[in-house]
Design a protein around this ligand. Structure first.
Ligand code: PLP
Length: 421
């Protein structure tokens, strides 16, 4: 008998980037691979939240269902932090909802507001989960590109030089546009949107009453001043859902704790969708993140984590000047895009068909894994086919790894010299 047919929303997808990178890594003669691909941390989270998680596991009520909007202690701690970060008092009971990672929070936001046929604007390159999250409630993704710096193939530039053409954004808005997804600091570019850019975006959203889903999961990791769109005007705040992630803030991507902050007329419905999707979020880890937010302002964790990630970033990036490869110096987050236009893949190099059919960055990714044993992510995975060309000379490296791993990566990357013209 034939196997049951899967739903169209999950069937027939292209092989995803993670499987391609993993299968390349498994087949590489250079073992073990230095994995700079996926953005998981290669070291332990801070002891104060690990201790808090252990304590929570020993407490009877922390092992049971939490209220659907989150544990009171975490909502209070988040409201405290965001009252300061958003510059206005946040009500823990009506303006916060805790979710199972930022990703489920983002899905809940789309489930809460998107009806079939509604349009959601996404900048590309984009975080890939947005697309299926928008499509699940029947939404249509409308893409607006972020343009790479013109001299990106020859010179190291700032991530601020990746630009949004506001006219292109304006042209993408239709009467069906319900939401826009903003991601700052941006994955994979590392761009922090400037006040001017946020104001142009915010004004367009106010004009057409568009909800702003501001994905700020890298918000504690900024290396230049960081502005949140919701702080720029009460009209923007009325339309903004701000997204955060304990995974990124406390190095615990596997804990799956995230949250959305916003006005009650938005949060009420996000919370309702979240309740239907997964009811509630893992209790002991919520409690530990509450302790994290209570202690971080006093124990120096926020500046320390910024300093640590920035130093890892600079440690890896010193190798690109040795190799004379330009990169996009990120203003935030823990990814760096490196322009590999100068890397010459030998004529007739043998790629498996699922790589040969993809843009040049997939080939570069395969080539680096096979020849020097370093895994990175091809960013055209985060673009439509039409705009894959914008990023096809780049690879994305994650620096949230032990310094020793960064040093091994650098040592191996020096092996690229012979392929650089
Ligand atoms: C831009 C962006 N948004 C959201 C997420 C999801 O965060 P979480 O792991 O908390 O679901 C990620 C994770 O990589 C991300 O890069």
């Amino acid at each position: 008998m034939e196997n049951p047919r899967p739903a169209a929303r999950v069937a027939g997808r292209k092989e995803d980037v993670w499987s391609i990178v993993n299968s390349a890594a498994a087949s590489s003669p250079k073992q073990p691979i230095v994995n700079m691909g996926q953005g998981f941390f290669g070291y332990a989270p801070p002891q104060f939240i690990v201790d808090a998680a252990i304590d929570a596991l020993k407490t009877v009520e922390c092992n049971q269902y939490s209220p659907t909007r989150g544990r009171p202690r975490l909502k209070k701690a988040l409201a405290g932090a965001y009252s300061e970060w958003l510059g206005k008092p946040i009500n823990p009971d009506t303006e916060v909802t805790v979710t199972t990672g930022a990703n489920e929070g983002i899905l809940s936001a789309f489930m809460a507001f998107i009806e079939p046929g509604d349009e959601v604007i996404v900048f590309e390159p984009f975080f890939d989960q947005y697309l299926s999250n928008i499509e699940m409630p029947g939404g249509k993704v409308v893409y607006v590109p972020l343009h790479p710096p013109k001299n990106g193939a020859t010179q190291t530039t700032s991530s601020s030089e990746w630009t949004l053409d506001i006219k292109e954004l304006e042209a993408a808005i239709t009467p069906k546009t319900k939401m826009i997804v903003l991601n700052t600091p941006h994955n994979p570019i590392g761009k922090i949107f400037s006040k001017e850019e946020l104001t142009s975006i915010g004004d367009l959203c106010v004009k057409s009453n568009i909800i702003i889903l501001s994905d700020e999961v890298y918000d504690t990791l900024y290396y230049t001043p960081f502005t949140r769109i919701a702080t720029l005007s009460p009209e923007y705040a009325r339309l903004t859902l701000t997204v955060g992630s304990a995974g990124k803030s406390f190095y615990v991507t596997g804990w799956r704790v995230g949250w959305l902050i916003g006005p009650q007329h938005l949060i009420d419905y996000v919370a309702a969708a979240h309740t239907r999707i997964c009811y509630t979020t893992v209790s002991p880890l919520q409690e530990a993140i509450a302790v994290g937010f209570e202690q971080a302002p006093h124990n120096g964790f926020w500046p320390e984590s910024r300093k640590s990630l920035k130093s890892k970033m600079d440690r890896l990036n010193s190798v690109w000047s040795e190799l004379d490869l330009p990169f996009t110096d990120p203003e935030g987050g823990y990814f760096v895009l490196v322009n590999m236009a100068k890397v010459k893949i030998p004529e007739g190099y043998d790629f498996p068909p699922h790589v040969a059919s993809r843009p040049r960055d997939f080939k570069l990714c395969w080539f680096l894994i096979q020849e020097i044993g370093v895994a990175a992510i091809p960013p055209s995975e985060f673009c439509t086919d039409e705009n894959a060309g914008l990023v096809q000379d780049y690879l994305r490296f994650a620096v949230c790894k032990e310094d020793s791993v960064l040093e091994s990566a650098k040592e191996r990357l020096r092996g690229l010299k012979k392929f650089i013209e």
